[in-house]
Design a protein around this ligand. Structure first.
Ligand SMILES: [Zn+2]
Length: 432
């Protein structure tokens, strides 16, 4: 989610440390260089949820992800997809993620224990050569993953995999080489009508510049491929219930998601991924042709931003969520942003409840730093200030702490060193 503040530009170097290595299986032994898409519904309420398979889709005749980093070493996100060899039980592929359902559960209607809702979810996996179990995992009260639903996939059963016709037009905006060793980002044009063809092309370039314009993206620009997918609808703009505007746009997005004005999102994941059929991608940006301030993002799901005067700051902030899995570092009075970390350490690397601070940025805090650290007054708009333990983060004024006075995830300053470090770690998963 986003918060409006102004920022100026500055650079900061990140300290890098390797994540623990895992026993990644040999790609060739288990997978084809092809993308299988898993479409399912997550249905539930505050207390329970379950996943129901809709269908498998042969999404692309190439696999855009890494062929060496198959198992996700980063423990983040409420959910994980884990693909196991059906015969041996060996772990073959995994990715952690969040979903709009998890956001919904933190809203007022979602917190009603009897209020049941369903959300579309889509995961991409490399196409298995042999029968696999696709385990959809969630967390227990101690944040440990367990398998909640299992889908079986057998490549010998060819009739179980659906095909689509390509709907959107794909263009290559930045080509830095082999997609297996690059972070492939696709920008999806949303809210462009028949008369907006030229503006759409201009906006693709604008968003590519915003994507690669700030650190850590800027110094890693050669690690990215960027694609654009365009679809011209009959009318322009996106739905905004507050303005009494309803539009049949490419992916059916809307402001005011869960009653929050600026929360611009789509629940139509199947429609979105149909539009992306045939385009290789690791991460999705939805670029909405609408000048009202708005956006949103979910870890390994998608990032959303309107094309308007704040986009160059909204976009990197949202990519902090969707690529980096970072938390918001700001405080929010809106009761829709209800989070509590009284008995648990949050999963995101850039906030802490101090319950397990050793796992967070404790090693970067100079000895003798007071907790909570007093925020620095009068900092430049892009400056972070020194690393410490600053109270007020993760929407909470008390009991949740952030690494610096300012950060991209708080007020559109430069990403703080803790956020920067995690972004580099995630980038490395795609390029190594
Ligand atoms: Zn930060």
């Amino acid at each position: 989610m986003i918060k409006q503040h102004l920022i100026i530009f500055a650079l900061l170097c990140a300290t890098l440390s390797p994540l623990h290595a895992q026993n990644n299986p040999e790609f060739e032994d288990f997978f084809h260089n092809v993308t299988l898409r898993v479409d399912y519904l997550r249905i539930g309420c505050m207390r329970h949820d379950t996943c129901i398979l809709k269908e498998y889709v042969l999404q692309n005749d190439v696999w855009a992800g890494s062929t060496t980093q198959l198992l996700d070493p980063i423990d983040n996100g409420a959910y994980r997809i884990l693909v196991k060899d059906a015969a041996s039980g060996q772990d073959l592929y995994s990715r952690c993620y969040n979903s709009l359902f998890e956001e919904y559960r933190s809203t007022i209607p979602g917190r009603d224990k009897d209020s049941i809702a369903s959300f579309e979810e889509v995961m991409l996996i490399p196409y298995p050569k042999k029968a696999v179990d696709i385990c959809l995992q969630k967390r227990d009260a101690k944040n440990r993953f367990f398998t909640a639903s299992t889908f079986h996939f057998n490549p010998a059963d060819e009739g179980s995999v659906k095909h689509r016709h390509q709907k959107g037009n794909t263009i290559k905006l930045v080509n830095n080489g082999d997609m297996h060793n690059k972070i492939d980002v696709v920008i999806v044009a949303e809210g462009y009508g028949k008369k907006d063809a030229k503006k759409m092309q201009e906006d693709f370039k604008l968003f590519t510049n915003y994507l690669l314009g700030v650190e850590p993206f800027k110094s890693r620009a050669e690690d990215f491929n960027v694609w654009g997918v365009g679809f011209l609808a009959d009318e322009s703009g996106v739905t905004d219930p507050n303005a009494d505007r309803y539009v049949n746009s490419a992916v059916g997005s809307s402001y005011n998601t869960f009653g929050m004005d600026r929360y611009l999102m789509t629940t139509n994941l199947f429609q979105l991924h149909d539009l992306l059929y045939g385009t290789p991608y690791d991460h999705i940006i939805i670029m909405a042709n609408c000048d009202t301030y708005g956006g949103g993002a979910i870890y390994n799901y998608y990032a959303f931003s309107a094309v308007q005067k704040m986009s160059q700051w909204i976009l990197p902030h949202e990519l902090g969520h969707s690529i980096g899995g970072l938390a918001d570092e700001y405080v929010e009075d809106d009761p829709n942003y209800n989070r509590r970390y009284e008995n648990i350490e949050p999963l995101e690397p850039n906030i802490t409840s101090l319950i397990d601070f050793d796992k967070k940025w404790k090693s970067l805090v100079p000895e003798g730093t007071p907790i909570p650290t007093k925020p620095v007054e009068g900092l430049g708009k892009r400056d972070n200030g020194p690393i410490g333990v600053y109270e007020g983060a993760g929407y909470m004024a008390k009991g949740c702490y952030r690494p610096c006075t300012k950060c991209m995830m708080r007020d559109y300053a430069t990403f703080c060193p803790v956020c920067m470090k995690r972004m580099h770690e995630v980038f490395d998963l795609y390029v190594r």
